[in-house]
Design a protein around this ligand. Structure first.
Ligand code: TXA
Ligand code: MG
Length: 357
């Protein structure tokens, strides 16, 4: 299949391109499109065959449900059986935006879209291209992140092209995604709302609107017999670069010394090594063994964690284009958006964190 790739201006999207994409969605095809979080791989959420195509293109396990993207409250009412008052408050405050809410689903939503669950995840993205595409498609758009299953989510159109060229009908190139991490997911079906995946809308922000809210314990630890994530997608190895990735936590200078020591050892064995550091700590790595075998990558400013969020997946994907076999990385503060950053990094590292004393 030839994949049509069209560039679009986010502030003032070219309507003919959006219409072409909407026609593809209406006919049951697949379109890659930008949102403020990451690129999505979209299809008509109410068409079971179209949903099935998403799983095939991504190589995604069929028990992993899709998020339905809507452009207005009517879109939400079409798929959600009931909208609790607390959800209404969150919607008023945070939609359109990087917040996905889980509701009991209506019959109209096919099981193929929800991985056979009786609930449905819904979000209204804060991106003009996405909103217009949903409106012109006259349906809800089911859209997982546009990566091949297991790879880091795409945050620029090139990432989507790398993973999906030849497998889907069209990719809309709307530049880079502002946030860079997937939306916060909150289950609204129980008495106390629960965060299943941390994102840019933090627990503190949600608490301020509706009071009590908890985390699914699986957000912070590796899946096990006792700890099973409620968002089926969170149980899979995820966001992972090809290289062996280990993180180091502790005081900054001690961490840099440990990373440099490990790097020297690996280089002496002829291995190629990547180092992930905050921009602030870049100077701590000046002493690292010079030469082509080490790649030091500043990922953003620890004091402005939103810069780390927006660079994170690009940094991981860029390593895949190099020969780097081992990645050694710093950890970051895990408060506010740092929770989402560390949640993704820990998974990318396969839960390998070394504490440096
Ligand atoms: O920011 C985002 O949310 C992006 C953009 C494209 O909107 N989408 C995204 O979709 O991250 P995806 O499919 O990569 O992640 C959706 C997550 C999965 O972990 C899935 O298991 C969970 O949401 N999920 C979807 N429906 C659910 C449901 N009914 N109950 C529990 N978890 C659900
Ligand atoms: Mg995903």
């Amino acid at each position: 299949m030839e994949t049509l790739i069209r560039k679009v201006n986010t502030d003032n999207p070219e309507i003919d391109v959006i219409k072409q994409a909407a026609d593809i969605i209406k006919k049951g095809g697949l379109v890659g499109f930008p949102t403020e979080t990451v690129y999505g791989l979209g299809a008509d959420a109410l068409n079971p065959d179209a949903s099935r195509k998403i799983y095939a293109a991504k190589g995604r396990p069929s028990d992993n449900p899709l998020i339905v993207h809507v452009a207005d409250i009517e879109g939400l009412e079409m798929v959600a059986k009931e909208i609790p008052d607390k959800a209404k408050k969150l919607i008023d405050r945070f939609w359109p935006g990087p917040l996905t809410l889980i509701f009991k689903k209506k019959e109209i939503v096919p099981n193929q879209t929800t991985g056979n669950l009786d609930t449905v995840a819904v979000r209204m993205p804060n991106n003009n291209i996405a909103l217009r595409l949903i409106k012109m498609s006259c349906t809800g758009i089911a859209a997982p992140s546009g990566n091949i299953s297991g790879r880091p989510s795409p945050t620029i159109a090139e990432h989507m092209i790398d993973d999906m060229d030849g497998k889907i009908d069209m990719i809309i190139d709307g530049g880079s995604c502002e946030v860079g991490l997937e939306s916060t997911i909150v289950d609204m079906t129980g008495d106390v709302p629960q965060i299943l995946r941390p994102g840019a809308i933090t627990l503190e922000m949600i608490k301020k609107e509706i009071g009590e809210v908890t985390y699914d314990p699986a957000v912070f630890s590796a899946p096990s017999e006792n700890i099973k994530p409620k968002a089926p997608g969170m149980k899979y190895r995820h966001y992972a670069p090809k290289a062996d990735f280990t993180m180091f936590q502790g005081e900054a200078v001690a961490v840099s010394k440990e990373i440099i020591k490990m790097t020297d050892n690996l280089c002496n064995e002829g291995k190629k090594v990547g180092i992930i550091t905050s921009n602030e700590h870049l100077n701590l790595y000046e002493g690292v063994m010079p030469g082509g075998n080490v790649k030091i990558v500043p990922i953003g400013f620890a004091t402005r964690p939103e810069t780390i969020a927006s660079n994170l997946y690009r940094v991981l994907r860029d390593f895949d284009k190099t020969e780097v076999e081992y990645i050694l990385g710093e950890t970051f503060e895990d408060d506010r958006i740092g929770k989402a950053i560390m949640n993704r990094l820990i998974k990318a590292a396969g839960y390998k964190i070394v504490t440096v004393k």
